[in-house]
Design a protein around this ligand. Structure first.
Ligand code: SAM
Length: 234
């Protein structure tokens, strides 16, 4: 992968960044995403924020190679500390981390969200935590994609600021309000895999000397929930 040939995952993240945005890409190892967007003339200003020196050095190298030092500013910082209010950032991408870390970055950096930037988030795990954070922090889910790329399933969640709070159901938080409406093979694959895992957990729980009834019930409820959503789709 490089800025010319983004992975399908990062291409999808890029596709949600509005044209002419002022972008902050947080956790920007190699800065492939902002470089790609600037090279394609889709945006002309970006911050590449990185907390770790090695990945920041990779980003600096790539930005220099691309000759984009005037347009992409690499900054060593934890989360949204990379952003100044006078950058007037109107889109933030955070990709390739867990949902817990993504929401910690957003919570810790809430003072940088006053201009209500669009949030394009790609959690590797714990997508439900990201959706819950958006719902509780003045955002609605504007769009979602689930895709299979290089042997993994990824979800991309786009949050847009709203004045009226939005309420999502437990099912929407778990499966994604858009994703559960679409029949998509990546979605089926993800939840079929989860069903397989839960079936194994259930057998182990039932075999144990002392069955953990509460855990068994929780597993059975999750299996039921997934089956209902998958059945609805077929
Ligand atoms: N965003 C790129 C992508 O999706 O391909 C890189 C993902 S890489 C797996 C995660 C990057 O996030 C690492 O380079 C890591 O140093 C950086 N990171 C982790 N926590 C961070 C934080 N609090 N602030 C900024 N960067 C962070």
């Amino acid at each position: 992968m490089n800025s010319f040939h983004l992975s399908e995952r990062l291409q999808t993240v890029a596709s949600y960044v509005p044209r002419n945005s002022r972008l902050a890409d947080i956790g920007s190892d190699h800065a492939y995403l902002p470089i790609h967007l600037v090279q394609e003339h889709l945006i002309s200003f970006a911050i590449a924020g990185e907390v770790a020196k090695g990945p920041l050095a990779n980003a600096v190298h790539e930005i220099n190679q691309a000759g984009l030092n005037n347009q992409i500013l690499p900054r060593l910082a934890d989360g949204l500390a990379a952003v100044n209010l006078d950058d007037h950032v109107d889109a933030i991408t955070i990709a390739g981390m867990g949902g817990t870390l993504i929401t910690k970055i957003l919570t810790d950096g809430k003072d940088k969200l006053v201009e209500k930037p669009l949030l394009v988030l790609q959690p590797n795990v714990n997508e439900d935590i990201v959706r819950t954070w958006l719902m509780h922090n003045g955002y609605r889910i504007k769009a979602e994609t689930i895709l299979h790329d290089l042997g993994h399933t990824y979800e991309i969640i786009v949050g847009e600021a709203v004045t009226q709070p939005v309420q999502y159901t437990e099912l929407e938080i778990k499966f994604g309000p858009f994703l559960m409406q679409e029949t998509n093979s990546a979605f089926q694959h993800k939840w079929q895999q989860r069903l397989d895992t839960l079936a194994k957990i259930k057998v182990n729980l039932q075999r144990a000397h002392q069955t953990d009834e509460a855990k068994l019930l929780a597993v059975e409820q999750e299996i039921k929930m997934i089956n209902e959503v998958l059945d609805d789709e077929s």
